[in-house]
Design a protein around this ligand. Structure first.
Ligand code: NOJ
Length: 567
């Protein structure tokens, strides 16, 4: 933060000291109305292309399907779509095993379809973000096919090849996060190659400058085709210790795949990652593009490293610690929000994605799930930061895991069954209407459509003013038009409250209060308006009967109140 911004923050902080806590008082963030880059105030939306909309009715979603839903997305309030990998791929990891970075998988369409999507999105001012799988390729990528062909092939050193420790023994103890040794023996050349994920996903050797050049060129190629940025997959794992030291065992026992619990000391988060991120950022900056990171950080100090010193790495490293607050706890959310609010870059909030159980289930109590889905929407869409939505969240889609091993599509589910059921549950087809297959396809959907499509779908919820979808639209509309929600500082209030999470967003003379009842009983919140220099609180968006009268905000169970404070 620069000095001018800091000096702007001070009067705002002093202004409402009676509400503020130590964490908020030490926050140095202030509003930044002018000149912030396009991505800062944008709402992002992740699309898992297999599951979004199927235009040719083969049971798998595609790019033309996405194009056909752009009006829906615009109307919802989405400014940028992140499309999970749609490049040619054997689909072992459903696209996260790329065999050609500069094309579209025929199952999703072709480059002409992509260009059409890009131009239709542009007409609606929606940016396109692609998913760049940087750590590994498919074992069917031409680079790897050449690499494994002989020890002297041109691409041999593009991947990590090593001799075993002895006959039948891999080079070290590293285990794949998807189960088993992270090394696979290749009989053609008598060496092992390294794969942090599936054996079909060999890790690239980022120490080789040719790899770096080729991968950087991939980003240029897509920028020149109109892409506005990338979500960088698995950046934590780009580099490995060249000496291949064994990882320490974190604790005794075995994981769902029967492997030891290792501390990934020598194969994740090596400092060299940051050189690459700085380089990718330089290229991105030449194209006014954004880099979002799949960054599994242990704390905010680690998150700060991904922003880079001087904010020269990722603009939007995702804060997964936020998703790890796994219960509706004002205390825990307050703590996590304060921490990320104090990070050295602009926060990025996510509550669901294609790898984690949907928020609808993580927070739902089985009785008030729709109400809780609205509460969560009100939370991450009103915080100071960029939200990344996940398709279906806006209609209250639930996680629907397979019930039998034979039904499982995600290989980790087949391997780890029943302890690990895989990620099919959070990747089921988008629920567009109540017709067969939820309007996703007239073919056989690649994953079964959950029975909830009858009650939770776009068509029906659009007609119901109390639906989760309509609530999302209201909050998103407010967010796009309210300067305090876009650019305002964040200050926690009433910090001892264990039922209601409440905070202010302050921009110049504009103050918005957000009150979220995280309990199943009605709650009241005293705004103490006079003492804090205000005369009234006016409802902007609220659920049901939640309302403000005088100093008091009344919240129904799991209720939301977002209001404007007037002086
Ligand atoms: C993270 C992706 O989100 C996940 O779906 C994938 O399996 C791994 N990276 C490997 O690419």
């Amino acid at each position: 933060m620069n000095r001018t911004a800091l000096s702007m923050a001070i009067p705002l902080i002093l202004f409402c000291t009676s509400w503020l806590t130590a964490s908020a008082q030490t926050s140095t963030h202030a509003a930044d109305a002018e000149g912030h880059p396009w991505w800062q105030n944008a709402v992002f939306y992740e699309i898992y292309p297999r599951s979004f909309a199927d235009s040719n009715n083969d049971g798998v979603g595609d790019l033309n399907g996405i194009t056909s839903k752009l009006d829906y997305l615009k109307d919802l309030g989405v400014d940028a779509i992140w499309i999970s990998p749609c490049f040619p791929s054997p689909q072992v990891d459903f696209g996260y095993d790329v065999s050609d970075y500069e094309n579209i998988d025929p199952m999703y369409g072709n480059l002409a379809d992509f260009d059409n999507l890009a131009s239709e999105a542009k007409k609606r001012n929606i940016h396109i973000i692609l998913d760049f799988v940087v750590n590994h390729t498919s074992d069917q990528h031409k680079w790897f096919l050449d690499s494994k062909s002989s020890r002297t092939s041109a691409h041999r050193d593009w991947y990590i090849w090593r001799d075993g420790k002895g006959p039948g023994q891999p080079p070290n103890n590293w285990v794949s996060t998807f189960g088993g040794s992270a090394w696979k023996f290749d009989p053609t050349t008598g060496q092992y190659y390294y794969h942090y994920f599936y054996p079909e996903q060999p890790d690239l050797n980022w120490r080789n400058p040719a790899v770096k050049d080729a991968m950087f060129d991939v980003t240029r190629w897509w920028y020149n085709r109109g892409v506005a940025g990338f979500r960088l997959d698995a950046v934590d794992t780009l580099f490995e210790d060249p000496n291949l030291q064994d990882n320490p065992i974190a604790h005794p026992g075995k994981n769902a795949f029967g492997d030891p619990f290792e501390q990934n000391k020598y194969n994740t988060k090596l400092p060299e990652v940051h050189d690459i991120l700085r380089g990718l950022r330089q290229v991105a900056d030449e194209h006014d593009a954004v880099l979002i990171g799949e960054t599994w950080t242990a704390d905010v100090a680690e998150l700060n490293q991904y922003y880079g010193k001087g904010n020269n790495e990722l603009q939007l490293p995702m804060d997964f610690l936020f998703t790890m607050v796994n219960k509706l706890s004002p205390v825990e959310f307050r703590k996590q929000i304060a921490e990320v609010n104090g990070a050295s870059g602009w926060p990025t909030f996510v509550i669901s994605n294609h790898d984690i159980v949907r928020s609808y289930d993580r927070y739902g109590d089985g009785k008030h799930n729709d109400q809780i889905a609205k509460l969560m929407a009100a939370l991450y869409l009103t915080l100071r930061g960029t939200p990344i939505m996940y398709y279906g969240e806006e209609i209250g889609m639930k996680t629907t895991p397979p019930t039998r091993r034979e039904e499982v599509q995600d290989p980790i589910g087949r391997k780890g069954w029943p302890k690990e059921k895989g990620r099919d549950g959070e990747r089921t087809p988008m629920q567009w209407n109540s017709s067969e297959n939820a309007g996703f396809t007239t073919g056989k959907p690649w994953l079964p459509v959950p029975p909830t499509y009858k009650t939770h779908n776009v068509a029906d919820e659009s007609k119901d003013p109390d639906s989760v979808l309509e609530f999302y639209k209201q909050v998103l509309k407010l967010r796009h038009t309210n300067q305090a929600l876009l650019d305002g500082s964040y200050s926690a209030i009433n910090e001892n409250d264990t039922n209601v999470l409440s905070y202010l967003r302050i921009y110049k003379d504009q103050t918005v209060v957000v009150a979220l009842n995280m309990s199943g009983s009605p709650q009241k919140l005293n705004l103490d308006l006079k003492r804090n220099g205000f005369s009234s609180a006016t409802r902007l968006v609220a659920t049901g009967k939640s309302t403000a009268k005088g100093d008091e905000v009344s919240l129904e169970p799991f209720g939301v109140f977002i209001g404007q404070l007037a002086k």
